[in-house]
Design a protein around this ligand. Structure first.
Ligand code: C2E
Ligand code: MG
Ligand code: MG
Length: 433
């Protein structure tokens, strides 16, 4: 990772640069009873900057470095390793893993309490990774291990502290194989598109579908999006995947249209990284226009987390797509920041409730009341509401009682191959668009 130049913030606190930290760390460890490397990151720093200002963002960084480095009696050396990431070398004092974990969880909680009391519009989240360094151990590898630990909870909003485990390094190697496997699949036109139907619960008929990608790895096994999507996002390759999937869906809609079949919207997942690629959205629009399919037959799904990472750019692009008649869905609602602020900003047609959120809600009375009222409010505004991941009749019954009509989940179908989808949903339906 690139080192940030000595900025005003570091100077104010008189902190070493990352290079100095790497140099001094191994020597300091020898004097400690138990060296602990702590890697800390603010999860939604960009969002904080968008909601407040870059000056307040600077305040937050300064406060974080003071809190975890200079004012933390356990920290013997600390530095900023990236924009909103810090690394601390701390004295563990011989505590056990669980004692260290709860110590840092308490520290993180105190920090978050201070920040979120002062700034109420953006709930700040932290991720901390811990690694106990042994004397004489490769210091760079030890830093990586603290980082692996931190990254293992990057998708969690409930866990703030994690310890390094050897499996995390293994997972990282698995991730390293993703890029060549993906590039191969893309070049050989072997990206697989699955379609999962969305149903109206009241009429028990299909009202749309979502396109989900897959590809085979070098051992011939289908990779899970949970592994490859984050890797492709980080490496900047995700637009290649998303373009392939979207073109595929446009081609399918065109084919069905030519056959006189009834069309329904098919959604495709976009990543925030797609919006950084110049000309990406325009290229999709061109392809759709050349094919002549109706714009409403394509729906773009974006997660709340994706939107908040780069609010203004994404909102602008979505506004444009929405004005042209494309549909927009806010995916995984309830899994991320839960910021109602975002809802007011994006021109979404659909809010997709995350499976975890739905399950949590329907299993207790308070949750049900919240879900019911959220659905009511969303529908009153202008949104369609869909519940994801519905697996049983029981779950369906609860959700319908809360006012949700559109359902996507194994109860109806798993994501299907295009051939299976066509034989079940397209070739059986009557003609006419
Ligand atoms: P998502 O967009 O929220 O998609 C729904 C996920 O829930 C899919 O997982 C689907 O298979 C799964 N699912 C559907 N019904 C049920 C159910 O009843 N129970 C359970 N437990 N799960 C259910 P999948 O296909 O593994 O995809 C995971 C995520 O990866 C997607 O979540 C989406 O965010 C991302 N993704 C998948 N394909 C693409 C792609 O081509 N491009 C991008 N950018 N992201 C993709
Ligand atoms: Mg989705
Ligand atoms: Mg989802």
């Amino acid at each position: 990772m690139d080192e940030i130049k000595d900025s005003e913030i570091e100077k104010t606190l008189n902190l070493p640069t990352l290079a100095k930290f790497k140099q001094m760390g191994p020597k300091i460890i020898d004097d400690l009873k138990q060296g602990v490397l702590v890697s800390i990151n603010i999860k939604n720093f960009k969002y904080f900057n968008e909601v407040y200002s870059s000056e307040e963002g600077d305040w937050l960084l300064l406060f974080m470095m003071k809190f975890f480095i200079t004012d933390n009696p356990d920290c013997v050396l600390g530095t900023r390793s990236y924009i909103d990431h810090i690394l601390c070398l701390s004295e563990g004092g011989g505590l056990s893993e669980s004692e260290l974990k709860s110590k840092y969880a308490d520290l993180a909680e105190r920090f978050l309490h201070e920040v979120n009391r002062k700034y109420t519009r953006a709930r700040v989240h932290l991720e901390c990774g811990l690694y106990v360094v042994h004397k004489g151990e490769d210091f760079l590898k030890a830093q990586d291990n603290a980082r692996y630990a931190r990254r293992s909870i990057r998708n969690s909003y409930t866990t703030t502290v994690a310890f390094y485990r050897d499996e995390l390094r293994k997972k990282s190697l698995e991730e390293a194989a993703v890029i060549p496997d993906f590039t191969n699949a893309l070049e050989n036109h072997e990206i697989i598109v699955l379609l999962q139907p969305k149903y109206s619960a009241s009429s028990d008929t299909i009202v749309g579908a979502e396109a989900l990608s897959r590809f085979k790895n070098s051992q011939g096994r289908l990779e899970s999006p949970a592994i490859y999507v984050p890797v492709l996002e980080e490496s900047g390759l995700i637009p290649e995947l998303d373009r392939d999937v979207i073109f595929h869906v446009i081609d399918l809609q065109r084919k069905w249209m030519d056959m006189g079949k009834k069309l329904f919207p098919i959604s495709v997942n976009l990543s925030r990284v797609d919006f950084y690629e110049k000309g990406f959205i325009e290229e999709l629009e061109r392809y759709a226009d050349e094919s002549g399919i109706p714009h409403w037959s394509i729906e773009f799904e974006l997660t709340e987390t994706a939107v908040v990472e780069n609010l203004s750019t994404i909102v602008e692009a979505l506004e444009m797509l929405s004005q042209k008649g494309y549909r927009i869905a806010l995916d995984d609602f309830g899994a991320g920041y839960n910021s109602l602020y975002v809802l007011g900003k994006i021109p979404a047609n659909v809010i997709k409730f995350d499976r975890g959120f739905v399950l949590y809600s329907i299993h207790n009375e308070i949750g049900k009341t919240i879900l019911k009222n959220l659905i009511k409010t969303f529908r009153e505004i202008r949104f369609e509401v869909l519940c994801e991941g519905v697996e049983t009749e029981e779950e369906k019954k609860e959700i319908v009682a809360c006012g949700c009509d559109v359902i996507q989940g194994y109860l109806y179908d798993k994501p299907l191959s295009i051939a299976d989808f066509e034989s079940k949903y397209i070739f059986r339906t009557e003609k006419a668009i």
